[in-house]
Design a protein around this ligand. Structure first.
Ligand SMILES: [Zn+2]
Length: 655
């Protein structure tokens, strides 16, 4: 194991990252950034909680599954065949290398969190393969090198060469920070140096990738190495967008995020993952350069994304054709695309906006995506995944294509999502809290522990005990030396009537304009802070312009969106025919042990038993058939499709 170039004098802790090592995002410039992430080991999730349990499942099942799939799907074979490409064909899509890098990233963060779990041989062998594959000048891409060496850098609009470099960098940073090994970092820097030489600001060619990703990665490489050329390269790639530098292709410039310069491109359009990875990169550049015009554009892009083009689950992207955002309010439930990677990208972008502004609305979006659009993608066994995430699956759905299957699959021809999940979940604790000169801010609520420092530099800690998201009572044991500082607690946007006590005494729980209640006091010893967030079942109605679900309501409780699945209803009660009286919403009714959820909802409903056969009867003939009484059961949306293919809907027609 090699010493890191950064913090190289710190010894590894027995279980994870070196003390003080940063996590996935580590802004350097203190000026524009409002909040600072904690060191990687500064937060941990209790494995008994929902998020901590998911992190544990990721460790024990998902990561190993991904490692195995890299062999089965041929990603590693693509590197091995470079010795003699005529011996066997290339496997998968031309950007298959990126899956390898994302799995390495997941291992880096997971090793940093809880230690190596037998992955070091895989990492050793994979890094050795990559080292062998890397050209003398630093170039590395198994598709181009194997079959199309003449196309190197020639089709940047679709080649994903720089995209793959981006994921390589992120994997390298994770292995360096998390596992304390810099071997992939050396490979990534050689490749990045080649890119800087060829496309850099100092007279290079005006290159950029048709799939944004290298921007955010290059900023993190700058943060990790303090080599400003990488930040300059990222800034240049951001500035080159929307200037027609990428060649035309089938879906047009928006697909490539090349339709307008980033400061003018404030309507989310085109390929959703590309849009949001770009937004994360632009926000990263802002965090280091302080260019306010970039943040201004990103905040307007965010406003339009959230108010006009986001599903109730936090998912984005309503068009399968080009994996793209639709028009404003074009949010069909059954044909929702909502790619898992897009929800992850949204989470990552919102985190950067949160660091930049300190506004809780960005943490609200992280929470919504996490508990719904992201969590839905993984099965209870941690080894089956969704790619697209509809909010309605019809009875009789034809699910033979991986583009819109009827249940989670173990892998995909285009396998971007599973390893993306693995890397996010491994580092999930990184996103719980931040610090600033005034104190500590708690953004995501989960049982676990936060360790930070008071403004005077002495250590403070928060031990969070809660059943959240199933219950809104949040107990926080604050340990602090005698010191005055502010504990900021996010009051979720969905919450009403929050109450707060400190050592049993009631204190005001009103959120400020940023969405946080600020508890400033002279702390000393252990204080007991109790935040109570009432969690009634909420009946949500769609914006009047979302035609696709007009006349329906959705059910949510706390941050969790619920759905109705056929598996919870008898055959003669088709979930598609259930009708709900929104004045009498279903209520918490125990849980479902099989699905691992303590709170399901149940209540009275009606079911259409005799709908017309004619799909378009006249108004007189088509008068609603008498509806029979039924019981409706709703489960968390993120747990549907764990009991075989069956119909499901989030939006329920009203009686
Ligand atoms: Zn994906």
């Amino acid at each position: 194991m090699q010493a890191s170039r950064i913090d190289g004098d710190r010894a590894n802790t027995p279980t994870g990252a070196r003390e003080g090592t940063p996590g996935p995002t580590a802004p350097i410039a203190t000026e524009p950034s409002r909040l600072q992430p904690l060191p990687y080991e500064g937060a941990s999730l209790d494995p008994g909680g929902l998020l901590g349990g998911w992190q544990q499942l990721n460790r024990t099942a998902t990561i190993d599954h991904c490692v195995a799939q890299l062999e089965t799907a041929g990603n590693l074979a693509n590197l091995r065949r470079l010795e003699d490409p005529s011996r066997e064909p290339f496997h998968g899509y031309w950007f298959a290398d990126s899956d390898i890098y994302k799995v390495l990233e997941a291992i880096g963060w997971e090793t940093g969190r809880a230690g190596d779990d037998g992955w070091s041989t895989f990492v050793d062998e994979t890094v050795a393969l990559l080292r062998k594959a890397q050209e003398d000048d630093g170039y590395l891409n198994s598709y181009i090198q194997g079959d199309h060496p003449d196309k190197r850098w020639q089709e940047l609009e679709m080649s994903h060469e720089l995209y793959c470099l981006g994921h390589m960098i992120q994997g390298a940073v994770a292995l360096s920070r998390g596992a304390g090994r810099d071997d992939l970092l050396e490979i990534a820097r050689r490749f990045a140096d080649l890119v800087v030489e060829r496309f850099g600001p100092d007279g290079g060619e005006p290159g950029l990738d048709g799939h944004p990703e290298p921007e955010t990665a290059l900023v993190e490489l700058y943060r990790h190495t303090r080599d400003e050329r990488y930040l300059d390269m990222a800034s240049k790639m951001v500035e080159r967008r929307g200037r027609g530098l990428l060649a035309e292709q089938h879906f047009g410039p928006p697909y490539l995020q090349d339709h307008l310069p980033v400061r003018e491109a404030t309507e989310p359009i085109g390929h959703a993952v590309r849009q949001l990875y770009l937004a994360a990169g632009v926000t990263d550049v802002y965090l280091e350069t302080g260019d306010a015009s970039l943040l201004e554009a990103m905040e307007e892009l965010w406003r339009r994304t959230v108010t006009e083009k986001t599903y109730v689950t936090g998912a984005v992207g309503s068009r399968h054709r080009d994996e793209a955002f639709g028009d404003p309010y074009e949010l069909p439930a059954d044909r929702a695309y909502g790619e898992t990677c897009a929800s992850i990208a949204s989470f990552l972008w919102n985190w950067r906006l949160l660091l930049a502004t300190g506004k809780g609305r960005y943490a609200d979006e992280m929470e919504r995506a996490l508990f719904n659009g992201i969590a839905v993608s993984t099965s209870t066994d941690g080894c089956h995944f969704t790619y697209s995430n509809p909010l309605h699956l019809r009875a009789g759905h034809e699910g033979s294509d991986e583009d819109s299957p009827s249940e989670r699959l173990s892998w995909f021809k285009c396998a971007c999502c599973p390893p993306n999940l693995a890397r996010l979940v491994a580092s999930l604790h990184h996103y719980l809290a931040t610090r600033d000169d005034d104190g500590v801010q708690l953004h995501l609520i989960a049982p676990g522990r936060i360790e930070s420092v008071a403004p005077d530099g002495r250590p403070v800690s928060l031990t969070v005990s809660t059943e959240y998201p199933w219950d809104g009572r949040v107990e926080i044991a604050v340990e602090s030396p005698a010191s005055e500082w502010t504990l900021s607690l996010r009051i979720p946007g969905w919450s009403e009537g929050a109450t707060l006590t400190v050592d049993g005494e009631s204190v005001p729980a009103e959120a400020d304009e940023h969405g946080y209640v600020r508890v400033r006091r002279a702390w000393e010893g252990t204080a007991r802070v109790v935040l109570d967030l009432p969690m009634p079942v909420r009946v949500l109605v769609p914006h009047p312009r979302i035609d696709a679900v007009r006349g329906c309501v959705a059910l949510a409780r706390g941050p969790v969106v619920y759905c109705i699945e056929q598996a919870d209803h008898p055959a003669d009660v088709a979930v598609e025919d259930l009708r709900l009286d929104p004045a009498v919403p279903p209520q918490p009714d125990g849980g479902n042990a099989e699905l691992g959820v303590p709170v399901t909802l149940a209540g009275p409903a009606r079911v259409l038993t005799d709908g017309p056969e004619d799909p378009y009867p006249s108004l007189e003939r088509g008068a609603p058939a008498p509806a029979a009484e039924a019981t409706l059961t709703a489960i968390p949306y993120f747990r549907w499709a764990n009991r075989g293919p069956n119909a499901m809907r989030v939006w329920i027609p009203t009686a």
